[in-house]
Ligand binder design. Sequence first.
Ligand SMILES: [Zn+2]
Length: 738
Amino acid sequence: MKLFLFLLLTQANLALADNILGFDDTSSETQYALEAQLDASIDAKEMDEWLRLLSTKPHHAGSVAGKENAEFIAELLKSWGFDVEIAEYRILLPTPKTREVELVSPTQYTALLREDSITEDESTSRRETLLPPYNAFSVDGEVEAELVFVNYGRPEDYELLERHGIDVTGKIAIAKYGKTWRGIKPKLAGEKGAIGTIIYSDPADDGYGAGDVYPKGPFKHESGVQRGSVMDMPTYPGDVLTPGIGATKKAKRLKRKNAPTITKIPVVPMSHRDALPLLAAMDGAVVPAEWRGGLPITYHFGPGPARVRIKLKFNWDMITAYNVIARLEGSKYPDEWVIRGNHHDGWNHGAADPLSGLVAMLAEAKAVAALAKQGHPPLRTMIYAAWDAEEPGLIGSTEWAEHHAKELKQKTVAYLNTDGTSRGLIGIGGSHVLERFFNQVMEDVKDPRSDITIKERRRTADMVFAPTDKLKTEAKDRADLRIYPMGSGSDYTPFLQHLGIASANLGFGGEAAGGSYHTLYDTYEHYTTWGDPGLVYGATLAKVTGRAALRLANAPRLPFEFKGLADNVALYVTELKELADKMRKSTAKTNRMISDGIYAAALDPTKTLGPPPIETAVPHFNFAPLENALSRLQSAADGFDAAAKQSTGTSEEINHLLYTSERLLTRDEGIEGRSWYKHHIYAPGFYTGYGVKTIPGVREAIEQREYEVVGPQIEIAAEVLNRMSERIELLTSKLGDE
Ligand SMILES: [Zn+2]
């Protein structure tokens, strides 16, 4: 049996090594020749120059510099031969008017809420148009209350607080940045009854506790503050006033007071320099070791006696977002679109986020346009988009995607996203129908620092550094590296999760940790010293994304494949069953220990930590519909794979059936309680924010102990997979006909 499998694998690999997925012998050869030309025209020096120019000034959405950057990008794309328009949307974007945070007792301290310019980095002195640190889409408000330290402000942190008998009702929660998306912190604090939230960057996470701080090293300066949106993106991203529709001038808008994605309580970010006096003035029980940060104090839970007043007021202005949309018409299939995107707005100078990714996309676009000029236009239409207003909540991309939803669903083959990138290992997330496709792309690009491919670099690094033994073994044994399932955090979200377009997000990382993210210190100097000196990985990224985009644009038959999908769905189904089993066992065990008096006997009576609460026993769920759907998906995928190897079918009908298959993983009703999110395999977690939840309907029902919902959600997930299987079976029979 083993030998037989081995032979099959070897054969499959040989077959794939010859031709590019979706191409035959001749077209593969032509495509490889085009890719050699693509590689030759990527110029890291030119990318570096664009990076320097575009990061000269802070260029947030709504700023003069932001508009100038959009125009500069549009001019470049036009000069290379693209058909360019700037698509404008009217969006609500709050900017700070009043920001006051004051420790009023038992000691006094007024937070500076300001970052220091440093002489070693002249960009940090160009700050006339810099937005001061704030959290966009915090509500206005003035509150005064005692502080409670809530660690990272995650659900499990509140569970521990409850065991200590600490209630945040009527208090101000002070949370560390990290471990979960920032918007979850005020959302959960508000749900628990807090009246305000402070988020600060603890030096243990990305400051002096992690490494040398800027400018000596890349880590966070003591005055550094992470800006960022706290809009409730897990409900819907984009303009808060126009959910589900494009924010055109005439769009029907919600009243601001009715916009559900603005926070319920005021929230403000600060540096650890400002947080120190506040935390030092706290008392109450000492926090457990896992909650301690890197400041030279003993961390206490509170509440109080530190009492803080927060006053926040914002300019609730309507601004214009400028999306640059550049088209290169397909020579054979103009109505099939391959879309590439990267945002152009930054919270500040934005050298790493987003410009490092943007300049790679520009280099790619220039190369693709040059090929067209030399007589090799893409067969399908290619669209390069530089999005505005990503930082405040994926707004530019979401409005464009909502505005053109119908046409995009009909025509879009795939959406490929990049955002800030650095150096090290390739990271690819996305739709698993493209897993094999991206593996082949990774097999064809060399790592710039070694003589192996970027796939082998990733594989070897995973074999050494993957977080579990299981993943280390898998890295060694699985032919394809898994691409990770996507939650949210960049502009692919409207395409993948709202429209059901097969999508991916690509970048390099892992070897340039630091603390500049969304601070004044995300500058050209910081990035070219610590991020990706010489932009060598940026140039490699352009080769990766350029290959991927060109292959999708030129493939006679689109390179979608379903065995990767089936294998990943199988993993998620196993995870769900294990999750339910684990919760059932641990709940039973904990309940028993409580009723047997084990906790009462074990816990130190002089300490505040009490037993966990009794939970309802976790029932057995019927996973059979999902398992049956999975079996069908697996055999449909195998059938397609066999047929695809035999068939030369490349009809428009087959291609249309292929690229619209991802739509079948969505439902118009959306997922439970969040109708904007239509995809039933990938969604950002309601309580994790960016973090993905796979098969979210089922997973979140189990995690949130809503047991009566689990069964119906299993049925829905099964139905979605069955529709996909039906499509794959149809494709198999069509391939047989051609
Ligand atoms: Zn970004």
